[in-house]
Design a protein. Structure first.
Ligand SMILES: NC(=O)c1ccc[n+]([C@@H]2O[C@H](COP(=O)([O-])OP(=O)(O)OC[C@H]3O[C@@H](n4cnc5c(N)ncnc54)[C@H](OP(=O)(O)O)[C@@H]3O)[C@@H](O)[C@H]2O)c1
Length: 279
């Protein structure tokens, strides 16, 4: 099958969940997929990208998106190996839970450093390579939480709102160079996301503890009873086969309704619905 943007794919955060499912699906369609994980072993220096072969055509590169050096090393490594990067999918992320009052600046920064600055680093280092090639595609994995803020996960939402804003701007900046940018907004999906959730230290002994625990229990239940990332894989396939990909694709019927309500309902009504669910 003709590959609109080319066949060299870099997926940041492909050791688990959505990134892993996307990597497997694209590899089966004949793409040369390079996935990443922080856990790929390096011999001496953590910032030096190395590659392990997992069979098929998925090769794993060492990457911590929180490090400039690591992000640059991973992108340089792929440029050296393949001469180009045709498609970048930014999946690396985790959820920070905690009331705003209970969250320290350091905890909030860690969230932003992965979910927002991590994607920024990857876009920043990859864009010149795509520009040189005259084409390319960047897909950022955002969240419904990037459209509607959730109590006790405000900093997760904030990092995704920020990602949404950056992606919208980047899309217009890169368009003249033939590079397309799009994002996907998943809802609750059964992945490693639930287990990797980090709670703000002060949540353990907080004035909000009862509501916080109830709210997080609801999120955990919804994620764990959510679908596997099949819909996300389909959304990625739709985007990579489109010469004019949408700004955003909301995945899942419930999330499509939520996103629609967000645009048409007054803010107070949206707040009432979200409060009923999570506060
Ligand atoms: N699951 C959901 O319900 C849901 C809903 C909406 C949006 N999302 C978003 O979907 C994306 C994928 O999450 P998922 O659900 O597939 O979760 P997951 O199974 O936990 O996968 C997260 C991936 O991110 C990577 N990662 C985390 N921190 C990293 C760092 N500092 N540097 C490099 N890689 C890092 C992990 O790799 P290593 O740990 O191996 O490095 C892993 O491959 C995230 O951006 C998440 O916010 C998830």
């Amino acid at each position: 099958m003709n590959k609109l943007y080319g066949d060299v794919v870099l997926i940041a955060g492909a050791s688990s969940g959505m990134g892993k499912a996307i990597a497997e699906a694209l590899s089966q369609e004949g793409y040369k997929v390079y996935g990443t994980s922080r856990k790929v072993k390096t011999e001496s220096n953590d910032e030096v990208a190395v590659c392990t072969d997992t069979g098929g055509f998925i090769k794993m590169i060492q990457l911590d998106v929180c490090s400039d050096e690591s992000a640059k090393a991973a992108v340089d490594f792929l440029k050296e190996k393949e001469g180009r990067i045709d498609i970048l999918v930014n999946c690396a992320g985790f959820a920070l839970a905690g009331a705003v009052e209970d969250t320290t600046h350091e905890e909030a920064f860690r969230e932003f450093n992965t979910n927002f600055f991590g994607a920024h680093r990857m876009c920043r280092y990859t864009a010149p390579i795509m520009r040189e090639n005259g084409k390319g595609l960047i897909i950022n994995i955002s969240s419904t939480a990037g459209l509607i803020s959730v109590p006790f996960q405000s900093f997760y939402s904030a990092s995704k709102y920020a990602l949404e804003a950056m992606t919208e701007g980047l899309r217009m900046e890169l368009k003249p160079y033939g590079i397309k940018v799009s994002m996907i907004e998943p809802g609750d999906t059964k992945t490693g996301f639930t287990n990797s959730r980090v709670c703000a230290e002060a949540s353990r002994d907080s004035v909000y503890k009862a509501t916080f625990d109830k709210s997080i229990a609801r999120m955990v239940k919804d994620e764990q009873s959510g679908p596997p990332p099949v819909g996300i894989v389909q959304a990625v396939k739709r985007i990579i086969n489109s010469s004019n990909p949408p700004v955003r694709q909301v995945v899942g019927p419930v999330n499509k309704v939520l996103a629609f309500l967000k645009w048409i309902l007054p803010d107070r009504l949206v707040e009432y619905i979200v409060s009923k669910l999570y506060a």
